[in-house]
Structure formats: C-alpha cells, structure tokens
Design a protein around this ligand. Structure first.
Ligand SMILES: Cc1ncc(COP(=O)(O)O)c(C=O)c1O
Length: 474
C-alpha cells in the first residue's frame, strides 16, 4: 500500500516561507535554475504581491519590475480591469470549458481581433503558448501549400519557442542542443536577419520548395530592429514567389513598439500573424494565429478537416475573457500611442547614457517600450572574472549588472543567455514617466559606479564555485 499522502493546502502554499518553497523548487522543479536566479539576486527576493510596475517585498520595500515577465506583462502586474474581468467570470459562473459546442466568448474575441487586424487577418486559431501558435501557423502553411513545398525560410538569431518543432526554426542560443527537433535540417533554410538580398538569393534558389518565411519583425533575443523597408521587401519577395509569410509577434506585438502590431511600422499584413504573451493581460495563458478566411478555409474548411486544428485549452473561457479585456484596455487607454511617446522618452534617456559611457555601451537599440542596451566587452571587466571564455564573461557581466541594479536601486531587469551582452528593457506599457526616470537614473548611476568595480565585487562575492557553475555547459 502506498503511504498516506499529505498534501499542502492552497492556504498553506500562500503562506509558506520562501526558504521552504525554494527547497521544494530545488528538489522537485529545477535546482540549477534556482542557482542561476540566486546569482542574479532574484532567488531569495521575497515578493509578496505586485501591482503595475511594483513588486512589494515582505520587508515593506518595493522593487520596480522592468522585465514585463519577458513580454507578458504589458499591462503590468495584476491590472485592476483584468482582475475585475476574472472576478466577473467567477461571479457569473462562466461556462469555461465547453468542447462540444460553440464558445460565445471565443467568437467575440475573434471578432475583436478581426476589428484590429482587418480583412486580411480576420480568422483566429486559438492556442495556449507561443510555441504552440508558431507550430499552428507552420501547420496551416504546410497544408495550404501542399506536399511539393517542404522548406521553411527563417532568420539567424530568431527565437520561435522551445518546443520540439519550433526548435528547428529557432536560430539563437543553444536551445536545440541534444534534441532531434521536429523538422529535418534540409527543411530549414537559414538566412541573415535584415538582409533582403540574401533572402532573395535563397528564394530564387529554392522558390518552388519553400512553404513559408517565418520572421520576428524585431528579433526578441538580441533586440535587433531590421533596416527600414526590410519587412516590406520580404512581403513582396514572398508574394512574388508564392511563399507564405508568417510574422511572429509573440513577444513584441500588442502595442509594445508603438503600434498595435510591430509589422505595421514597415509592411502590409502577413499571411499569418502569431501573437500571445501580453494577450492574456498578465493573468492567463493564451496565444493566437490570425490568418485570412481564405487560407483558413483552404486548410480547415471541409467536413473532414474542420476539427483538425483545436486543442483542449486553446481559447477556454477565462483566457478569452482576459484577452477581450486586455484588448479593450489597450484601445481605451491608447497604449500604442503611449508606448510610442514613453518609448521615445526612454530611448532618448538611454542614448544620453550611451553618449556618456561609450566605452561600456556599444549601442542602444529597439523600438518603443522594447529597448536593449548592447554592452561593450571591456578587457578590464573581462579581467575581473579571471580565466573565463568570452560567452561566460558576457553572461557574468550581465548578471553582475542586473544583480547590482536590484540590490542598489531596487530595479529588476533581465538578459537572455543566447545573447548575454544585451540588457533588456521591457517596462509595462502602463509604467509612468516617473518610473521610467527612476530606471534611467539608476542605469546612469550604475555606469557611474563603474562596470569594472561592479564586476570585480560580483566575482569576489560569487567565488570560484559559482563562476565555475556559470561557465559550466553541463
Ligand atoms: C518571438 C517568440 N516566439 C515564440 C515564443 C515562444 O513562446 P512560449 O514561451 O509561450 O512558447 C517566444 C517566447 O519568448 C517568442 O519570443
């Protein structure tokens, strides 16, 4: 007989001391990830609640969170209108799970999305995660194009998710190490991002065999904005060669760049648009593929095919309710306009910092409320870490920077392991100008304090064991 199970109740879970919860996380989730969080300084951050940009800590202090949970918190933490939308669902005992009949609320969300995107993208496929939606877009394109076309054109530096098939088209980091990946290598054509000539060449060499080109309008890993006109040129190249075009805006869509969708800066509508993350208002997991009715019907418009693209949790009630309210908040509060003007303020401040500290800041890049500080690798900073390879020095420098910003200025930022020399700045779109100014002040003060000193102190504080852990690829 199995021993009696003693489960922790939800009430106890809410109140469990952080140390104990971390023990469970370490033992039952991922101990090495927890070690990385500890190096950044977030492992023991005892946050108890959050609203907007602010995380409230158990000791009564606050931290300003400029990570937006890597894109999901465009409305900030616990936006009151999203919380109210959830309460309204509970109060009316919304039929959340209905898989054998139409969902009223799903139809309304799809209608709203069509209002925002227009007739070229007026049909919605509901998913849960970004990777799932990217795969749904790939599948749609494959079915529409038929068996003669079997290759996807993707860009170096791309990120489209960590699922088995999206790893085939993710061309940043070493996320795919040791994984067979869903597509055979010959089905993926990789071209440099932002280089329409290179894409033209690849297309003319393989034009009859390419299903679709899949691109992020701004690459989210290293924060790379392509040259003006690139997306439009890709749109035209694909159209001329009968290749479908998918834009993946999982991370940067929905107002962040200063337009409802980032592609609007530069190009006409793609054949399929993927977005998610922020769509759930920071409370729900929901992602979508928007496409044309014509393409959708080609793929799924028959009696035999109409049920081939559904998932259990894709578009369940409360996720759709949160998404409906999110889009309404975005339109009512003109968050795209706000992101453009606040983003210009942010960019100007970051530029000033770059001009003051060119030895440490190579470039500021991004658009609207998605900016990256591209750090310059300085030999004196490298020396602080002793004998480490370049990639590890970049990660260690970024970690030192983030750890310092958190401890000294109570500001949370992030970087990604694939491109560790870029510090990401992703404020909630609801962040106030005062909060942005606090961020700019803290960044400037951090560069003033000196990256060499910060890196040396960090290396000493971490010790050899933690540095070896950072270096380890095992
Ligand atoms: C552009 C892009 N596509 C896809 C994904 C995958 O999304 P998810 O983590 O929800 O699967 C991400 C995640 O960051 C992303 O940035």
């Amino acid at each position: 007989m199995s021993p009696p199970q003693r489960l922790i109740s939800l009430q106890q879970a809410f109140e469990i001391p952080l140390g104990k919860a971390n023990q469970y996380y370490s033992r039952h989730v991922n101990d090495k990830l927890l070690s990385l969080y500890s190096i950044l300084g977030t492992g023991n951050l005892e946050y108890t609640s959050a609203r907007g940009t602010e995380l409230k800590l158990a000791d009564g202090t606050t931290v300003l969170d400029f990570t937006s949970a890597l894109g999901s918190l465009s409305l900030g933490h616990n936006h009151p209108r999203i919380a109210a939308a959830e309460r309204a669902c509970h109060d009316r005992e919304l039929v959340d799970m209905m898989k054998v009949g139409p969902s009223r609320i799903q139809g309304v969300l799809a209608y709203n999305i069509a209002q925002l995107l227009g007739p070229e993208l007026d049909t919605t496929i509901f998913c849960v995660t970004g990777a799932e939606a990217v795969e749904a877009a790939m599948k749609l394109c494959e079915i529409v194009q038929g068996p003669k076309r079997r290759k996807f054109l993707v860009a170096t530096g791309s990120f489209h998710g960590k699922s088995h098939t999206t790893l085939s088209i993710t061309k940043s980091g070493d996320y795919a190490r040791g994984v067979l990946c869903g597509l055979p290598p010959e089905s993926v054509l990789e071209v440099p991002f932002g280089d329409a000539d290179a894409a033209r060449e690849a297309i003319s060499a393989h034009s009859d065999s390419i299903v679709a080109a899949i691109l992020e309008p701004i690459q989210g890993q290293a924060v790379v904005v392509p040259p003006a006109g690139y997306l439009n040129e890709m749109r035209n190249l694909c159209k001329d060669a009968g290749i479908l075009l998918v834009f993946d805006e999982t991370k940067i869509g929905l107002c962040r760049t200063g337009r409802m969708f980032a592609y609007e800066w530069d190009a006409a509508a793609p054949d399929a648009l993927v977005f998610g993350k922020a769509l759930g208002g920071g409370k729900r997991a929901i992602s979508v593929v928007a496409t044309s009715r014509e393409l959708f019907r080609k793929a799924y418009g028959k009696r035999q095919s109409c049920a081939l693209q559904t998932t259990t949790f894709g578009g369940i009630g409360e996720s759709c309710a949160a998404a409906i309210e999110t889009l309404n908040v975005m339109v009512d509060q003109e968050l795209a306009v706000q992101a453009e003007s606040k983003g210009a303020h942010l960019y100007a401040g970051l530029q000033r910092i770059q001009e003051r500290f060119p030895a440490f800041v190579r470039e500021i890049r991004g658009r609207g409320m998605f900016q990256g500080i591209h750090l310059r690798l300085q030999p004196r900073v490298t020396a602080a870490f002793g004998a480490l390879d370049t990639k590890t020095v970049k990660s260690a420098t970024a970690a030192a920077f983030i750890n310092y910003m958190l401890r000294k200025h109570r500001i949370l930022l992030h970087f990604l392991d694939s491109d560790p020399d870029v510090i990401h700045i992703m404020p909630p779109l609801t962040a106030s100008t005062e909060e942005l100014d606090r961020l700019l002040y803290a960044l400037e003060a951090t560069f003033e304090a000196g990256l060499v000193r910060i890196a040396s102190n960090f290396a000493q504080h971490l010790g050899d064991q933690a540095l070896a852990f950072l270096k380890s690829r095992e």
